[in-house]
Design a protein around this ligand. Structure first.
Ligand code: ADP
Ligand code: MG
Length: 244
């Protein structure tokens, strides 16, 4: 079976200054929750820029269900939903207006759009707030609104870049739970980028990224020797020099 996401020797260099990703190879199968765990500067957002076709790989390929993101971005992007590190909602529009705009960009008809918006907002306990401007929402509600938006076109793969940054522990836990439920209930595959070890669950496929390279991969359970935190610290704090 074709993997939903397949990175093959993916490498990226910023304008001849810095090699931010080096020879990154991994797969995400359908219905898998994959944690991309790396400290600040590891290359997580660089990977997201490639996955969203903002940047082209310098070398290697990224396939989304067999579609090469650099060659056939439209087909690949239609299968993905994104929550980026920086909010991309329009702060002066309501949640409903933001979601309607996104649905129409994706060519989702009015009736289906309204139905999906209601479904996603109810699932995230946001429906009663739909007329509130994003600017008035707290950080947790904004993140939930972004997740609802990213799911409107029913993507097979949801990618979230540090989606929980700045949120309190209880709100973070709710978000992580919700996204795990999506995997279990809908079979959505997830790539969850974070620098926070406590967001990774025992059965999650885990990729430890350090200085643009995969330093370890397996389930969190397999990587825990004796704990995931210990492995993470060993692999990322040995003072390895940055790639140049
Ligand atoms: P992370 O998201 O894991 O914190 P990034 O992907 O943002 O990491 O950054 C990876 C490396 O690439 C860092 O060393 C960062 O300084 C560098 N970098 C990121 N964006 C740029 C850019 N636009 N130009 C040059 N270097 C960059
Ligand atoms: Mg980042």
């Amino acid at each position: 079976m074709t993997a939903l996401l397949s990175a093959q020797n993916l490498s990226f260099t910023y304008e001849n200054t810095k090699q931010a990703l080096k020879d990154m190879s991994f797969n995400i199968e359908q219905g898998c929750f994959c944690a991309l765990l790396g400290p600040n500067g590891a290359g997580k957002s660089t990977f997201f820029a490639i996955a969203s076709a903002l940047n082209r790989p310098t070398y290697g390929n990224l396939f989304i269900h067999g579609y090469d993101i650099a060659q056939t971005p439209r087909a690949a992007l239609a299968l993905m939903g994104f929550v980026f590190q920086q909010t991309t909602l329009d702060l002066d529009l309501s949640i409903l207006q933001n979601l309607r705009y996104f649905a129409s960009l994706h060519g989702i008809g009015n009736k289906l759009g309204e139905q999906r918006i209601q479904e996603e907002l109810e699932r995230l306990d946001l429906y009663d707030r739909r007329h509130e401007k994003v600017r008035q929402l707290n950080g947790g509600h904004r993140r939930r609104a972004e997740i609802a938006r990213a799911l409107l076109h029913h993507p097979a793969l949801l990618l979230l870049d540090e989606a929980s940054v700045g949120l309190d522990i209880a709100t973070r836990r709710t978000l992580v739970d919700h996204v795990h439920h999506l995997c279990q209930e809908r079979g959505t595959s997830v790539l969850w980028a974070t620098h926070l070890i406590d967001e990774v669950r025992e059965n999650d496929q885990t990729i430890i990224l350090h200085n643009g390279q995969i330093a370890g991969q397996g389930t969190a359970h397999e990587l825990a020797a004796p704990t995931l935190e210990q492995t993470f610290n060993d692999l990322t704090q040995r003072g390895q020099t940055c790639l140049t």
